[in-house]
Ligand binder design. Structure first.
Ligand code: SF4
Length: 88
């Protein structure tokens, strides 16, 4: 039985349609520095992320563009153990 939380919202549907049509806007990857615990998964997955001397991410200012760039960024966001990555 699905719950209300399982159903896509109109915004989810619009995002999916935009991605399918290649209309995704450029975004920037950001890190919630309070939530980040320095696991480094993001640096392993994303070219624009390096780690500082304490293992915390340094995110290059380049934007995440196109469906491929968003797919990789969304994978990193999903795999971040601290849920500290987001697109803005
Ligand atoms: S994967 Fe998440 S917790 Fe780990 S360094 Fe990157 S942002 Fe921080």
């Amino acid at each position: 039985m699905s719950t209300h939380a399982d159903r896509p919202t109109p915004t989810d549907a619009n995002d999916h349609t935009s991605r399918r049509l290649g209309l995704v806007r450029a975004s920037r990857l950001a890190v919630d520095r309070v939530a980040c615990t320095g696991h480094g998964v993001c640096a392993q997955l994303l070219d624009g992320v390096t780690l500082d001397e304490w293992g915390y991410p340094l995110v290059a200012p380049e934007t995440v563009e196109g469906p491929e760039g968003h797919a990789v960024a969304e994978t990193a966001i999903r795999l971040c153990p601290a849920r500290a990555l987001y697109l803005r």
